[in-house]
Design a protein. Structure first.
Length: 533
């Protein structure tokens, strides 16, 4: 972190950095210096303000300028004292059920949190924990059978077909008790190992293949796919024994196994001993702790599951306190109103297709579009960037309503603006005919706007620290918008072409460092920076 390098010697660095929440860097052009304020904020927030300064000191303009540019030109590793092992459970949709807005937010926010941890050299394991267990599989099986569909033969859009079959069977079951019974019997057969699982394994395989295509569009990779059904049999028994030994499990008159925690009854096993969602999560958590020996286990799942995770951690802490000490439910608010041309959103692919289509229309109308850049890939990346940034600029816990207009606007704070800035900076580097210097020479970099841009660049590491600490992408997004404003001003005020070569080279260095910062920021957010649009 840059700021710790420029702290005055008299200051106890470690205590300040430990408590550090925010750094204000005020540029005083007339005095050729910066005032750095280290601030402890009482309220964590996405916006600035509401803070009081604990310590402030001045730094000479040229010193900060050189320090900042050098740290961007030769980034040292962000070595943590000891990298943490972080396991993350995110995205985690259910097979044969819609990938809803909650899964979309989990995917986007989870990817950001994984990226920023990786940036700080933590060792991250990304798990997609797919829901493949429960009565809905009985329904699905029923539907497949009555429609005479062999999963192996599903070629085009298998996920949609499976979903349609599920909807069909669900509908039948809602009015027909027999169908319901039949479906339940199917599931009981699967669960108790009386049914050949080939068909269902095929369903899982197809699902992963299809999901991977979409994750690829978003630039997301998982280290492992885990299944709820993996935690259905075997180890549940021994877990129940442990819980019974701790005397937190009771069996009620119907035979259900219930955990009594803080005056709440949490059913873990049904009366026929089949597992519930929480039972599988208990087994999965203990398994993960054993497998990964994590320092932290983060669940990126919507608000609606707050009680579920509280109960999960509570139950498991009775078995292994060390394991749950590292557990955190990172929740987020509801996303409302996301729909596409064809109706309410069911599949992630539809959202991304819609974003791409709308971007294409927009690009056609824009006078800034370079015709060479009007290709599918660009529109796809622009569309996904718009969906990502629009989500990540929200405060995580807030509910919000989606609007295509707002997500895709080119004025105001949107992905297009940041992508456009990145393209503009890239194009300058390619076309100015100047070679990037290896050193910074402050005597060429005297303009006020340069001083301002340096102040922004100097805040970057601290912004990242805060974003990580609060798991708030909006801190980083807001920062990038602000940086964009200054860099755009720098574009208007400083020429690189047709000026003295030494001056041109130093200015190019400024633009280059600005682009590196924008690029790093976008990549952490999960956005692929474009070079042309
Ligand atoms: N599949 C679940 C759902 O859609 C989310 C799973 C979250 N992760 C977990 N370990 N429970 O609601």
């Amino acid at each position: 972190m840059l700021i710790d390098k420029i702290l005055p010697r008299t200051v106890d660095k470690s205590s300040i950095l430990r408590n550090l929440r925010n750094v204000n860097i005020l540029y005083r052009h007339n005095e050729s210096k910066y005032t750095i304020q280290l601030v402890n904020e009482t309220e964590p927030s996405c916006d600035r303000g509401g803070s009081n300064s604990d310590l402030s000191f001045n730094v000479d303009r040229d010193t900060l300028l050189q320090g900042v540019l050098k740290s961007i030109m030769t980034p040292e590793n962000n070595q943590q004292v000891k990298p943490k092992k972080i396991v993350m459970d995110f995205s985690s949709p259910n097979i044969a059920k819609p990938f809803h807005a909650g899964h979309l937010r989990s995917t986007i926010i989870g990817n950001f949190i994984a990226n920023i941890n990786t940036y700080f050299n933590n060792k991250v394991t990304r798990i997609n924990y797919l829901g493949d267990w429960g009565t809905q599989f009985g329904l699905l099986q029923y539907g497949l059978k009555s429609k005479n569909i062999n999963v192996k033969d599903l070629k085009t859009d298998p996920i949609r077909t499976l979903y349609d079959v599920y909807v069909y069977a669900n509908k039948l079951a809602s009015t027909n008790e027999e169908v319901q019974q039949e479906a339940r019997k199917y599931f009981a057969d699967i669960e108790q190992g009386r049914m050949n699982l080939d068909n269902w394994k095929n369903i899982r395989e197809i699902t992963v293949q299809e999901l991977e295509k979409v994750y690829q569009r978003l630039g997301i990779k998982f280290d492992a796919y885990h299944w709820e059904s993996d935690y259905n049999g075997g180890n549940i028994k021994s877990i129940m024994d442990m819980l019974e030994k701790e005397k937190i499990i009771e069996t009620d008159e119907s035979g259900k196994k219930i955990a009594k925690i803080n005056n709440r009854d949490i059913t873990i096993l049904k009366s026929d001993n089949s597992t519930l969602y929480i039972a599988r999560d208990i087994a999965a958590l203990l398994d993960r702790y054993q497998k990964y020996e994590f320092d932290k286990m983060l669940y990126i799942v919507d608000n609606a599951q707050t009680d579920h995770f509280a109960a999960l951690f509570e139950v498991v802490s009775n078995i292994n306190r060390k394991c749950t000490d590292g557990c955190e439910h990172i929740k987020f608010g509801r996303l409302k109103g996301m729909s596409t041309r064809t109706g309410n959103v069911v599949f992630l692919n539809d959202i991304l297709d819609e974003a791409k289509r709308k971007m294409h229309e927009k690009q056609l109308l824009s006078k800034n579009t370079r015709s060479a850049a009007m290709n599918e890939e660009t529109c796809d990346i622009l569309g996904t960037s718009a969906v990502l940034i629009n989500d990540l600029k929200q405060k995580r816990l807030k509910d919000y309503t989606f609007s295509w207009d707002r997500a895709l606007q080119s004025e105001g704070d949107s992905a297009i603006k940041l992508q456009y800035l990145h393209c503009r900076l890239w194009s300058l580097e390619q076309n100015c005919g100047v070679t990037l210097p290896t050193h910074c020479e402050p005597k060429y970099l005297t303009e006020e706007i340069i001083g301002e841009v340096i102040a922004e660049l100097a805040r970057f590491e601290n912004v990242l620290n805060k974003s990580l600490e609060e798991y708030e992408a909006c801190i980083l997004v807001n920062y990038l918008f602000r940086l964009a404003k200054y860099v755009n001003r720098m574009f208007n005020e400083l020429k690189v072409k047709n000026v003295d070569p030494d001056l041109a080279a130093q200015r190019l260095l400024m633009f280059y460092c600005a682009r590196q910062t924008v690029k790093t920021g976008l990549e952490i957010l999960g956005v692929r920076p474009l070079k042309e649009m």
